[in-house]
Design a protein around this ligand. Structure first.
Ligand SMILES: Nc1ncnc2c1ncn2[C@@H]1O[C@H](COP(=O)(O)OP(=O)(O)OP(=O)(O)O)[C@@H](O)[C@H]1O
Length: 211
């Protein structure tokens, strides 16, 4: 692990049963940077977020966040695409309140109001997440990850459904976070998204490049 590293994947092997997803994933993402896990579908991108959030253990190797084992309570995990049934039933506001309660956030209502305000979600707060425009869905996902003020924010395919103009807004949202001291790790299927990030871990082979 290098001195400035905040998220460190050390020779990580991941297998689901006999299905090996990666053999040797190795990267160090610095504090205050945006990292991308980039690759086609089914190469294990979402699994990287689960590993970094402490929801999944590597088959071999080690994952560290801030020099320690990942801790679900300290990491902000946005919704993993296709694995978010809550989006179908809860309103934006209910979704954020649910997350706040899950993380035992004090003054949950105030924190949720603050996030609704920061991300311009007040007008859609009573709508179910699946019924709002994609940029608001992205921002709901970001706010979900931020409810308990984690330092590391994990976002699955932020570009999904966004126009180029909306992607620029989403990108600015994430840069604002890193400029304020957070670290962001995202997944993407798009090279043009990966190229805007400070570090890229490309799957399935696990090549790593930086800007
Ligand atoms: N809990 C699990 N048990 C068994 N196999 C799994 C499990 N989770 C994921 N997989 C398999 O691991 C592979 C990688 O999955 P993952 O969702 O991490 O990839 P991904 O790159 O994020 O895919 P997508 O872009 O389609 O979301 C897939 O083949 C998937 O079916």
């Amino acid at each position: 692990m290098d001195a400035l590293s905040y998220v460190s994947f050390q020779h990580v092997e991941l297998s689901y049963g006999r299905h090996q997803i990666y053999r040797d994933l190795h990267f160090d993402l610095e504090d205050g940077q945006i990292g991308a896990v980039y690759g086609p579908s089914r190469t294990g991108k979402s699994s990287v977020l689960l590993l970094a959030s402490g929801n999944l253990l590597p088959s071999k190797g080690e994952v560290q966040v801030g020099g320690k084992k990942p801790d679900k309570k300290r990491v902000g995990l946005g919704p993993i695409q296709d694995l978010s049934p809550l989006f179908d039933t809860l309103t934006v506001e209910e979704h954020l309140l649910f997350q706040a309660r899950l993380h035992h956030v004090r003054k949950a209502k105030e924190r949720v109001s603050e996030l609704l305000n920061t991300y311009d979600l007040e007008e859609v707060r009573k709508y179910r997440v699946k019924d709002i425009p994609h940029l608001e869905q992205f921002r709901t996902g970001l706010a979900t990850a931020l409810v308990h003020q984690p330092k590391l924010v994990l976002i699955d395919e932020p570009e999904r459904g966004l126009t180029n103009e909306e992607w620029e807004i989403a990108y600015r949202d994430m840069r604002d976070l890193t400029e304020a001291g957070s670290t962001v790790l995202l997944t993407t299927v798009l090279l043009q998204v990966a190229e805007r990030c400070d570090l890229v871990a490309q799957l399935p082979e696990g090549e790593v490049w930086t800007r």
